[in-house]
Design a protein around this ligand. Structure first.
Ligand SMILES: Nc1ncnc2c1ncn2[C@@H]1O[C@H](COP(=O)(O)OP(=O)(O)OP(=O)(O)O)[C@@H](O)[C@H]1O
Length: 287
């Protein structure tokens, strides 16, 4: 069963639209949502959380339509964004007290364990926490109740490298039983290369691709060489070509690799390169 499925989701906002957004995340996997600033990652996540009503299309969490069966869908979700959902006047102790009464599945011991692991004070009010500390409290809270999918909007922003690494480890532990899933947006593509099974790339409100991470690695390469020796067919194969006085650099589809002989250097394309070359091609930057 898919943990999450978006089908032809459309939403028109002033000056921005989600256009026919469709992708699905199977149960037991981690998906990274990537895209430039303003591409629509948070808007997509808001649509999934039903805090933004879509104009058309459907969103299902473990088969529950998030608009028609919001309570069942939301029960399964642990959501964290960079905006704290807790009052600034609360302490960790207050959060524990409230969550215990709010969620049947709240595991107080687990919460205390994460609070200690994340080295958070339990008697200081959230107003006096740093941004990273607030993020840690929200993560501790979602990990301390029974959920089936974590939806995290830039969860690593504001976290130090040790906590970022801890969080990536926690995500992997979370999905280890094959029944839980994670969708998280990020600009830190190196984190995705460590953890994500699927990558969904959104650009200007539309999905460019949503694929298994290993398949993506096999799909594109970066080619470098002297621009003058390129023939028309090779030039046509180049995506987002960049020329300088030393030669050129471009992305190519792996299926076009045979067009380039030993006069050219061919490297693997990481996720950063795929995004950068795609955007260069789209904007028609050819110098
Ligand atoms: N309520 C709204 N009304 C109008 N436009 C909005 C609204 N919310 C978001 N937008 C616009 O939607 C676009 C996408 O924003 P979104 O926050 O989804 O991007 P993002 O991919 O999460 O970006 P970033 O990486 O910078 O966080 C932006 O142009 C933003 O101004």
């Amino acid at each position: 069963m898919d943990a999450l499925q978006l089908t032809n989701v459309n939403k028109q906002l002033k000056g921005f639209a989600l256009n026919d957004v469709s992708f699905s995340l199977p149960q037991g996997y981690i998906m990274g949502l990537v895209g430039l600033n303003g591409a629509g990652k948070s808007t997509t996540i808001k649509a999934i959380m039903n805090t933004l009503q879509v104009d058309s299309g459907t969103i299902e969490v473990f088969g529950h339509d998030t608009a028609k069966a919001e309570i069942s869908a939301k029960e399964a979700i642990g959501f964290v964004s960079d905006t704290s959902i807790f009052s600034e006047a609360w302490t960790v102790k207050d959060i524990n007290f409230l969550m215990k009464h709010l969620h049947q599945s709240w595991d107080e011991q687990r919460f205390q364990h994460y609070i200690a692991q994340f080295q958070l004070p339990d008697d200081k009010i959230l107003k006096d926490f740093s941004r990273g500390m607030k993020m840690k409290v929200m993560l501790a809270a979602v990990l301390s109740r029974d959920t089936r999918i974590l939806i995290l909007d830039e969860p690593t922003s504001g976290l130090d490298p040790v906590m970022r690494d801890t969080l990536l480890g926690l995500m992997q532990e979370y999905i280890a039983d094959g029944e839980h899933s994670v969708l998280y947006s990020t600009h830190i593509t190196s984190d995705l290369e460590k953890t994500a099974d699927y990558i969904t790339f959104i650009d200007d409100g539309a999905i460019v691709f949503s694929k298994e991470a290993f398949a993506l690695q096999e799909e594109f390469c970066v080619v470098k060489g002297e621009a003058e020796i390129m023939n028309a067919e090779q030039t046509k194969a180049c995506i987002g070509i960049r020329k300088n006085k030393f030669g050129f650099e471009a992305m190519i589809a792996a299926k076009d690799m045979h067009l380039f002989d030993a006069s050219f250097v061919i490297d693997t394309a990481d996720l950063d390169a795929i995004i950068v070359f795609y955007e260069r091609e789209k904007r028609g930057v050819h110098v």
